[in-house]
Design a protein around this ligand. Structure first.
Ligand code: ZN
Length: 242
């Protein structure tokens, strides 16, 4: 291969600049703050849904406890009413039996009061959880709205990057077309090995691709050599200025 012209070497460095710009755009796209904000809003929604489910489960538990207590109170009340009826309908006349019925009524009354206290606690718990649920419903609605808004913002931000991608892609195609085919291949192979950077320029005593300071002897050798060579440190293509 003949030595590339200065024009071709400048074009090669320009292509590298374009590719660097493309990589920066890719990074920007992946690291959009709007994307991070959207991720955060979505995570918050998931957290609220989880909490909402927990509250729902606790409410279901309390509701069944409420039903059980109400049934028990009903049964006990019926029993007490029946005992009271026996007390007054004249079927019990024996004094000892009367006392026993009275004692039974008192015991049942105490149990009813206990169950009622427990029921009151359950009802208070339900009220508290329902209030919590209402707050969660509001938070969820607001957070879901935030997700919608942030999705729009993310799409809007990405639109700019996508437009820039298209613009820079046109430039790259043009540069790649104008560059000698063999040179393009060498550059692309070096870029693939070099994490996206395939060519550097010797700037004073350093290679602009790896930024490693070269020895005086190396620099002397490079300056005396061909205009396109490889960096002795990073093995990427290296353009030696006139
Ligand atoms: Zn280098």
């Amino acid at each position: 291969m003949a030595e590339p012209t200065t024009e071709q070497l400048e074009l090669l460095l320009a292509l590298q600049d374009t590719d660097t710009r493309i990589r920066r755009l890719e990074h920007q796209r992946d690291a959009l703050p709007e994307q991070a904000e959207l991720d955060a809003a979505e995570a918050r929604v998931a957290e609220l849904v989880r909490e909402h489910d927990e509250v729902k489960l606790a409410l279901d538990g309390l509701a069944s406890k409420q039903r059980r207590l109400e049934r028990e109170i009903e049964v006990l009340s019926e029993r007490r009413d029946a005992e009271r009826a026996r007390l007054y309908d004249g079927t019990v006349t024996n004094a000892r039996e009367l006392r026993s019925v009275e004692a039974e009524i008192e015991t049942t009354g105490r149990r009813i009061a206990e169950q009622e206290d427990e029921l009151l606690e359950v009802l208070e718990g339900i009220e508290e959880l329902e209030a919590r649920q209402a707050t969660l419903d509001e938070d969820l609605a607001a957070q879901r709205q935030a997700v919608v808004e942030r999705t729009t913002a993310r799409d809007e931000a990405a639109k700019g990057i996508i437009a820039e991608f298209a613009e820079v892609g046109v430039v790259r195609d043009q540069q790649a077309r104008e560059l000698d085919g063999e040179l393009l291949e060498r550059y692309q192979a070096a870029a693939q090995r070099g994490g996206g950077v395939g060519v550097g320029r010797l700037e004073a005593t350093t290679c602009s691709a790896c930024r490693i300071e070269l020895s005086r002897a190396d620099v002397g050798e490079l300056l005396a050599g061909p205009p396109l060579t490889t960096c002795p440190e990073c093995r990427r293509l290296l353009v030696i200025p006139d």
